[in-house]
Design a protein around this ligand. Structure first.
Ligand SMILES: Cc1cc2nc3c(=O)[nH]c(=O)nc-3n(C[C@H](O)[C@H](O)[C@H](O)COP(=O)(O)OP(=O)(O)OC[C@H]3O[C@@H](n4cnc5c(N)ncnc54)[C@H](O)[C@@H]3O)c2cc1C
Length: 442
């Protein structure tokens, strides 16, 4: 894939005003002014909010640095430059018997972005986050030092960099342990459930039985059907066909003047999705594109949220308060008359990431997508934050562009340690807002 040059974030609420610069090793060290927070590495902008923006500085575009530096397909270890796109990595792996152990819901992310956000997938209970599979990485700091970081070498910097949102320096390359698989194809099963309690019981059982597990929730279902949905589970198959990793067949060519994912369209989508998938219960083969990356099939789908852009609210909720808080989150959206277009529920397992600031904690994670309707949306998001904080949960920083400094700091007490290890030349709008606390989006 050729490197695109868009530097917006996926939510499209904030637009980066500066031109991104191609990375060159001298940039940070010669032109950087340590202490000024002039720079931030930029992957492919699939973070939803302002953690990949630095509007008072310059973005370092990593997307031209895409080489695989070494691979050992006997041991399943691969080292690649941080700008390599996941889609290209998977394409290289499709006939090797190896897979990337943790993949997010889009293949248009860079390796550096995946590690800097310590992304999770549909198999957290089995594999944890991507950080659990990083053997070592090379980090370029603005003092000119290239540090090799691993669990044994510069281990504090290793922990700060995994999930460190680009603030500790520029990740030059990453060495990953791969997952042995018989095929990239997946045997997929869809199971409908009629209410939240049934869904949670199914998810608990399914997580033990399958590598991958995720539930779609009908955010508009009320009363006894509150939280009804479809559980989608899968395992790599024995079928040895190499898949094709495609580019989007359709794309949204322009931003409509109003969101197309609200009101009657939202109600119709929920009914149709439930009905269509509830009637597909037989296990069937699914391509990796359709199982892992269904949203990538429509290019620029984020434009459907209209000119105001899109907010994603992803929370992590402790297991023992899960049912009660999930119910409260869904009911609060309904009472506000602000339906979430795509609502996804997953279970996070007990696997600990080496990352200091990693988002997942054991329990449930609920993801809600809203078109941005200004004050009404911000009021709802603040109410959702309060529910999450009350049960000791947290909001995903790399999906956010407006949580308060207090909300962030309460849930991520390690933020001070990251600030202590931040490269002085690096800063993001997110970090300026939640750690320095000088800007606010509310
Ligand atoms: C449709 C969709 C589905 C998604 N599903 C999931 C999911 O299931 N799970 C999940 O965890 N996330 C998910 N995400 C979020 C996405 O996977 C992450 O935000 C990802 O990290 C973005 O990668 P990127 O390459 O676009 O990086 P960017 O968004 O551009 O940057 C992410 C962060 O990484 C830093 N960074 C980038 N490159 C480097 C580098 N070389 N060195 C140092 N720092 C660097 C940036 O400064 C920034 O802080 C999804 C996003 C979308 C749009």
């Amino acid at each position: 894939m050729s490197a695109p040059n868009d530097t917006n974030s996926w939510g499209r609420i904030l637009t980066h005003k500066r031109t991104a610069t191609d990375f060159c090793a001298d940039l940070l060290t010669d032109a950087g002014h340590p202490g000024s927070g002039d720079y931030l590495p930029f992957g492919n902008g699939r973070s939803y909010g302002d953690s990949c923006h630095n509007d008072q500085g310059t973005l370092i575009d990593c997307r031209k640095h895409t080489r695989i530096l070494s691979s050992d397909f006997d041991a399943g270890i691969l080292r690649a430059q941080s700008g390599l796109m996941l889609v290209d990595l998977l394409d290289q792996l499709k006939e090797t018997g190896w897979f990337v152990p943790v993949v997010p819901g889009t293949k248009f992310v860079t390796l550096g972005g995946m590690v800097a956000n310590d992304i999770h997938g549909k198999n957290h209970g089995h594999r944890g986050t991507i950080g659990c599979h990083v053997k070592q990485l090379s980090l370029l700091r603005s003092d000119g030092q290239s540090m090799i970081c691993s669990a044994d070498q510069n281990n504090e910097m290793f922990a700060a960099t995994i999930g460190g949102m680009g603030l500790t320096g520029y990740i030059e390359w990453v060495e990953l342990s791969l997952l042995p698989v018989s095929s990239h194809l997946v045997l997929e099963t869809k199971t409908p459930f009629n209410c939240l309690n049934d869904g949670l019981a199914l998810i608990a059982q399914d997580d033990q039985e399958h590598e991958y597990s995720v539930a779609w929730i009908d955010s508009l279902a009320t009363g006894k059907q509150l939280g009804r949905g479809i559980l989608i589970s899968g395992d790599h198959t024995e079928v040895e066909t190499a898949p094709r990793y495609g580019i989007p067949r359709l794309s949204v060519p322009f931003t409509p003047p109003v969101p197309l994912v609200a009101g009657p369209a939202l109600a119709a989508f929920n009914k149709l999705y439930y009905w269509r998938n509830a009637n597909q219960q037989e296990p069937h083969l699914a391509s990796p594109d359709s199982f892992f990356f269904p949203l990538d099939m429509v290019g620029g789908w984020n434009r459907l949220y209209g000119p105001g852009g899109l907010h994603q609210h992803q929370s992590a909720l402790p297991l023992d308060r899960g049912e009660q808080s999930l119910r409260a989150l869904l009911e609060t959206c309904q009472k506000a008359g602000h339906g979430s277009f795509l609502t996804v529920l997953k279970r996070f397992g007990a696997n600990q990431s080496p990352g200091l600031m990693s988002f997942p904690t054991e329990g449930y994670t609920l993801t809600l997508d809203f078109p941005n309707k200004g004050a009404k949306t911000y009021a709802l998001l603040n109410a959702l934050d309060a529910i999450v904080l009350k049960v000791g949960g947290r909001i995903n920083p790399y999906k956010d562009c407006r949580m308060s400094a207090q909300t962030f700091r309460t849930a991520f007490p390690n933020w001070r340690s990251l600030e202590g290890m931040r490269d002085p030349a690096m800063m993001s709008d997110f970090w300026r807002r939640v750690s320095v606390g000088t800007t606010s989006q509310t």
